[in-house]
Design a protein around this ligand. Structure first.
Ligand code: GFB
Length: 302
């Protein structure tokens, strides 16, 4: 989802020579393959958007996959970027790297000041190790590796699988299927009270290109850089469900299944650092939802 949005953004800016190896062409978990690929193609700028990702259930059920695969991918791409003299590398983390109970909105400096949320701690630790790796290479090898922390994302090419996806695509699918089948109700996991912030993938892509272009001094790279990317606004899962219900045009009821986990109560990013640098998102949640629902209708054969 993020990779394809970054490609759209780069192509719109007239960038050429964009390397986009598919998984069967380059397995990022294979260190030799990554090394060979970088030696052969010599990329100058790297966006590390590839990751093993999933929603609250996937993270809870497959923590070993999340920690192992993410650390492998990061190790290979970050180390090889250093070895092959990549000019700049952007590493995409996640808002779940921050402590579960930290003050809101979450400032970058809260990293590693408290325990993580249990439902995604394996993923969080993997992403924190990626951040530390960027910082360590900047210090030891004077690389220009920048970790950025996006909030919860959604958009075209999202995963709509009901077990492994994030809440937003899952609810689009659930409300759509209920509309088509004429079901009386849609079940939403948890209590509906957790608060989440949602950023459209194409806005994230725009921010990534903006940040990659930013002029930073050598000192700033050495000084543990970290940038949150989000909208600065959040809504409850209940409000999100009502919004999706409206966008999809479903007229039945919503049932909350409190036996399913809520996860973190709130994770709203403080985005003032990025705003001060001159970037703000374009897409409203209502418009982003409509676009994502239209994409779902056109692309999933539903
Ligand atoms: O998006 P989500 O799976 O992940 O869930 P997190 C957000 C909230 O939506 C939780 C509720 O409170 C869920 O219980 N929810 C309600 C649902 N209905 C559904 C549903 O049908 N499907 C899903 N998936 N959720 C993830 C992390 O946490 O956030 C990842 O697990 C990653 O590691 C990602 O960081 C950004 O926001 O709780």
């Amino acid at each position: 989802m993020i990779g394809s949005a970054i490609i759209r953004r780069l192509e719109a800016a007239g960038c050429c020579n964009i390397l986009t190896p598919a998984r069967k062409e380059l397995d990022l978990m294979d260190s030799i393959a990554v090394s060979d690929y970088f030696e052969k193609t010599k990329p100058e700028y790297v966006f590390l958007a590839a990751a093993k990702v999933g929603g609250i259930m996937a993270n809870s059920r497959f923590p070993a996959d999340f920690i192992y695969q993410n650390i492998c991918i990061q190790n290979n791409v970050i180390h090889t970027s250093y070895r092959t003299n990549v000019k700049k590398m952007l590493f995409l983390g996640s808002s779940c790297i921050y402590p579960r109970d930290c003050p809101q909105p979450i400032k970058e400096e809260y990293l590693m000041t408290g325990p993580l949320e249990q439902t995604n701690s394996a993923y969080g630790v993997a992403k924190i190790s990626g951040v530390q790796m960027c910082w360590a290479y900047n210090k030891q090898y004077q690389t220009k590796f920048l970790p950025v922390m996006p909030t919860n994302l959604y958009g075209m090419n999202d995963n709509f699988d009901l077990e492994t996806s994030h809440v937003l695509p899952a609810l689009i699918r659930k409300f759509h299927e209920a509309k088509v089948s004429g079901a009386d109700s849609v079940t939403v996991w948890g209590t509906g009270s957790p608060m989440r912030e949602f950023l459209f993938a194409d806005d994230l892509a725009d921010a990534c290109v903006f940040v990659m272009d930013m002029d930073m001094t050598d000192d700033e790279y050495v000084n543990n850089p970290l940038i949150n990317i989000g909208t600065g606004k959040d809504i409850s899962i209940k409000e999100l469900a009502l919004l999706i219900k409206e966008v999809v045009g479903y007229s039945g009821n919503i049932v909350f299944d409190a036996s399913k986990p809520d996860g973190t109560a709130r994770k709203l990013l403080d985005v003032s650092k990025l705003e001060k640098s001159g970037w703000t998102p374009l897409k409203s949640l209502q418009d982003g939802l409509t676009e994502t629902y239209n994409w779902y209708l056109e692309n999933t054969g539903e």
